[in-house]
Design a binder for this molecule. Structure first.
Ligand SMILES: C[S@@+](CC[C@H](N)C(=O)[O-])C[C@H]1O[C@@H](n2cnc3c(N)ncnc32)[C@H](O)[C@@H]1O
Length: 243
């Protein structure tokens, strides 16, 4: 998958791109991240990318022309791809949305800064708006990285263990249950017996029940949209009675 990222601060991406999963995925050629400095597309000797808001008000607004010209250049070189503006006003990012976006071979991510972008960027240059949460950051760089990591994990071959994706939190609108590793006892804190039995059927049943229990306790809202079987619903009712 290829990500074209428009940003005023390309340096902010270097360390995450050179570490851990993104580094390996890039080395294997499974993802490519192309950073485009918006300033390179600004006009004039001073390469100004922001200006005062019409009508007055606090802060500076990012100008429309550098975004338009950067996007024109990307389209000329690579062809069209969905263009996403990172903004706290966008559709909330989720695992479901990550799965939806991961089908695209390419994605263009547009990072705002300062007070945000001239409204004409929103009206004429982008296809969708995404927020990573109900809080305001300084720029779209960290949100863009969040999207790159979440989508890269879904690219075939990036994760060693593909099976883990389907049992992870949010994959089925459920949280993943508890996980343990060696030793089986530490300071008297024991690993649940069922996990040491080697009985895979019982282990799977236990994990599923714990996943339902954890979701009920921590994120009962998720259970409303999860595709629960009749058996799951009975388990949830029993767990509610357990308190
Ligand atoms: C300080 S914010 C601008 C907020 C804007 N004035 C508003 O009230 O909607 C600057 C930039 O950071 C990015 N940003 C901030 N918070 C974000 C969030 N929760 N999700 C995605 N992008 C965000 C956006 O690209 C935004 O243009």
């Amino acid at each position: 998958m290829i990500f074209d990222i428009l940003t005023l601060f390309p340096d902010m991406f270097q360390s995450p791109l050179d570490s851990s999963l993104l580094k390996k995925a890039r080395e294997k050629g499974l993802i490519e991240v192309r950073l485009h400095n918006i300033r390179d597309y600004a006009r004039g000797r001073h390469k100004v990318t922001d200006d005062y808001p019409y009508g007055g008000g606090a802060g500076m607004v990012m100008k429309v022309e550098p975004f338009a010209e950067a996007l024109d250049a990307i389209i000329r070189e690579r062809g069209r791809a969905p263009v996403v503006l990172l903004t706290p006003q966008g559709e909330p990012f989720s695992q479901r949305l990550a799965t939806e976006l991961a089908v695209h071979p390419r994605l263009v991510l547009v990072c705002g800064h300062y007070e945000g972008v001239d409204e004409r960027v929103r009206e004429h240059l982008i296809d969708r708006e995404i927020s990573i949460g109900d809080y305001v950051l300084t720029g779209g760089e960290l949100p863009a990285l969040v999207i790159v990591v979440a989508l890269s994990r879904l690219v075939p071959g990036v994760l060693g263990n593909v099976a883990s994706i389907s049992s992870e939190s949010h994959a089925e609108d459920l949280l993943e249950g508890p996980q343990y590793t060696r030793p089986d006892e530490y300071r008297g804190w024991k690993v649940p017996d069922v996990l040491l039995t080697g009985n895979h059927r019982n282990i799977e049943d236990w994990r599923h029940r714990e996943s339902l229990r954890r979701t009920l306790r921590k994120r009962p809202d998720l259970l409303e949209k999860a595709a629960l079987s009749e058996e799951d619903r009975k388990i949830v009712e029993a767990l509610k009675k357990e308190g």
